[in-house]
Write a protein that binds this ligand. Structure first.
Ligand code: UGA
Length: 466
């Protein structure tokens, strides 16, 4: 298996390579555009945000993803990759248009907001001048593909016969390049032989790379509804795994068990598997929480809500991790919460981590940031440090204090909260850190430390579920 941050050699086998457009250059569309250029396709990335397109065109990645800036520059230079805000140029260029725009949670409601899809598809359809395939990649409620086909039929010239397909993506931020170039599986749905062949050609580059590296990538061709459902099913299942292990963490805390040992032990059973069983402060990010809610809402609309009631509990269990962790900090500093909640006034908290997971600057629905805000509401003096997420965190939670180095964050702290497993935090040395703080107390929200080692250096250690 190749290294995710290392660009692969472009396979030399030049078979039919459709020209591809990625509509919407957020994390998803941009990563796909860059990686498909790397695979040898002629690619255009389209977005209505001029600043974003200017950044990509000049070789600057407007978000943090290791390895991707190098691949962006390399493929701009190759001439296979370009970015534009000109929808007509995109409509004229591509054989296949992948729709990669955001589908956020609707304000005040659990369902998905499809307005960006509607705008993108309508605008593209109006400018089409040739037969092409429009393929949804954004995560959507089941049934969206048929609605997109209706939109296309309404707005594209009828004689072109433009078709809609669907192909979900499974990329994880911080592992995005790897997940596009070397995916665990390819899933797509087409409505005709023509579209099916085109989708095969589109994915051929991935399969050729796999063959060069002596790997296999399973391909699942299915119907539109299933292709849409595969994505939300995967995210709901992953969320369920995490909330399950967090529930076990609660049980471990009241019985003296250790949830990290427990997860390791059950994970050896291959039917269970050892991934996504890290207990801690809960899941966040732009995908898992909102997909869980959107699936529950859609199931309700379709009359099978009862079967998905458990997902509401998964979501609540996850949200409760946040107040649970605030309470754990309060207990750690000897201020157990009273009826009005904890009072942490005068407590200086060194807060390590703001992003929703390590190796990204994304703070969307970040449990770490929400807990920092919870501590602040309890009147603690919270000083946050994060290797990449400071700017985004500061915009989202201006009430917190931010510093640019770990050393500044921990100086004279009454308690250290290590919340996001960045390498810089996982490798902290208890003795060296102990000399910088006022009190040797640590909340290991990452469950990454050896408790005995920290205790041996005079720390009061508290993990999650251990
Ligand atoms: C997730 C899915 O993993 C991807 O497959 C999917 O393509 C993507 O959403 C999407 O829908 O676009 P991502 O949001 O990048 O990817 O993040 P994950 O790596 O899944 O982590 C999600 C959250 O779960 C993080 O807050 C992480 O810290 C937490 N987590 C993960 C745990 O608390 N425990 C674990 O064992 C694993």
């Amino acid at each position: 298996m190749g290294n995710a941050t290392q660009a692969p050699e472009t396979p030399q086998n030049t078979t039919t390579r459709p020209r591809i457009a990625f509509i919407g250059c957020g994390y998803l569309g941009a990563t796909y555009a860059i990686c498909f250029a790397e695979l040898g396709y002629e690619v255009v990335g389209y977005d209505i945000n001029t600043a974003k397109i200017d950044a990509f065109s000049s070789g600057t990645l407007p978000f943090h993803e290791a390895g991707l800036p190098e691949l962006l520059k390399k493929n701009l230079e190759s001439g296979r990759l370009r970015f534009t805000t000109d929808v007509q140029a995109v409509a004229d260029f591509a054989d296949v248009h992948f729709i990669c725009v955001d589908t956020p949670q609707r304000k005040g409601e659990p369902g998905a907001d499809l307005s960006y899809i509607e705008a993108a598809v309508t605008e593209l359809s109006r400018h089409l001048t040739r037969k092409c395939l429009i393929v949804g990649k954004s995560t959507v409620p089941v049934g969206t593909a048929s609605w997109v086909q209706e939109l296309v039929d309404r707005h594209a010239p009828a004689d072109l016969g433009v078709e809609v397909g669907w192909s979900p993506e499974f990329l994880q931020e911080s592992n995005a390049m790897h997940d596009v170039l070397r995916p665990s599986r390819i899933v797509y749905a087409a409505q005709s032989e023509w579209a099916s062949k085109l989708l095969k050609d589109v994915h051929r580059g991935i399969l050729e790379l796999a063959a060069v590296e002596d790997r296999e990538v399973p391909v699942v061709e299915t119907d539109l509804a299933t292709a849409e459902l595969v994505k939300v099913a995967a995210n709901a299942f992953l969320s369920t795994k995490i909330s399950f292990i967090n529930a076990m963490a609660d049980l471990c805390e009241v019985t003296g068990g250790d949830v990290t040992d427990l997860a390791r032990a059950i994970g050896h059973d291959q039917r269970i598997g050892n991934k996504f069983l890290r207990a801690g402060i809960g899941f966040g990010g732009g995908c898992l929480p909102k997909d869980l809610r959107a699936l529950t809402a859609r199931a309700g609309d379709l009359g099978v809500g009862e079967s998905f009631r458990f997902l509401g509990e998964i979501d609540q269990l996850n949200t409760r991790r946040r107040s649970h962790t605030v309470r754990a900090v309060a207990e750690l500093v000897g201020r157990p919460p009273g009826p009005a909640g904890p009072d942490l006034s005068g407590v200086r908290v060194a807060y390590l981590g703001a992003t929703f997971k390590p190796d990204t600057d994304d703070i969307r629905d970040s449990p770490a940031l929400a807990i920092a805000q919870g501590l602040r509401r309890a009147r603690a003096d919270v000083v946050v440090y994060d290797p990449e997420g400071l700017d985004n965190a500061q915009t989202a939670a201006p009430e917190l204090s931010y510093v640019k180095t770990l050393v500044e964050a921990v100086a004279d702290a009454d308690v250290v909260c290590a919340m996001v497993p960045w390498e810089e935090f996982r490798t902290l040395d208890p003795e060296a850190l102990g000399r910088q703080v006022a009190e040797r107390r640590i909340l290991d929200g990452m469950n990454a430390f050896d408790a005995d080692q920290w205790t041996a250096h005079g720390w009061t250690y508290r993990g999650i579920g251990r």
